[in-house]
Design a protein around this ligand. Sequence first.
Ligand SMILES: [Zn+2]
Length: 276
Amino acid sequence: MFELPEYTILANQMTKTMKSKVIKNASLGNSPHKFVWYNRTHEEFARLMYKKTVGDAYVRGRWLFMEMLPGHILVLGECGGKILFHQEQKYVPKKYHLLINFTDGTAFTVTTQMWGAMELYKKGEELNRKYIKDMKITPTDKDFTYQYFNKLIDECNGTDVNSTKGLLTQNQLIPGLGNSIAQDILFNAQLGPKHPLNNLSTQQRKRLYDSIRKTLQEIIAKNGRYDEYDLMGNKGKYIRIMDKNSSGKPCMKCKTKIEKIQYLGGACYYCPQCQI
Ligand SMILES: [Zn+2]
């Protein structure tokens, strides 16, 4: 599944590569898939996309927005799989869930592995969509300040979110983070996944905040995680610190054996020595 860094990279590449291109024709999938969420019929989508010009692409959490000018916006949400630009239409994969052919002979496809939203809205109406409407501040935004983060932790008091991993992965409190990136954020912050939120010291809160920002920046700088693809089909160069490959191996800092536990709907890998 794409998380915030991959979506950020994709949006930057999409703006750079596809802005100002004109749509020759567009279609929804040729590979029916019950977990792909569309909000238009095939005919409607083809008609509304015809002759549109691509504008800017941008990200909020796990949602990618691509302007279709004039007046519309394509929304790709919570997808995994591949979002690809093709230099020539002959490189379009056999199966896809969304296809755009441009007048200059290039193309764009989205193929999701598990689920994902591929929806077209009149600009502005996407803001009323469930999950987008009440989305909290994305951690790469300038408004995601330490002061805001501190308040977010305080607001968890008395809710079902009571641990560091919970803060990072439950209820999209910090949009765009998932189980995978949360592991490395916690390692970099030297905090265990079960560390209770209500006894984080000021220093630990600050460390967690810094780690969120720095870990995301690092993954973006390395073009995403090694097991995800960018718009050109290139794999990312960010090697995850804490994942299934590190389980049982020595910690890179202290050589203690990395442990694996099941916690909050997914495996957690952590160093019992470095992460308290
Ligand atoms: Zn360690």
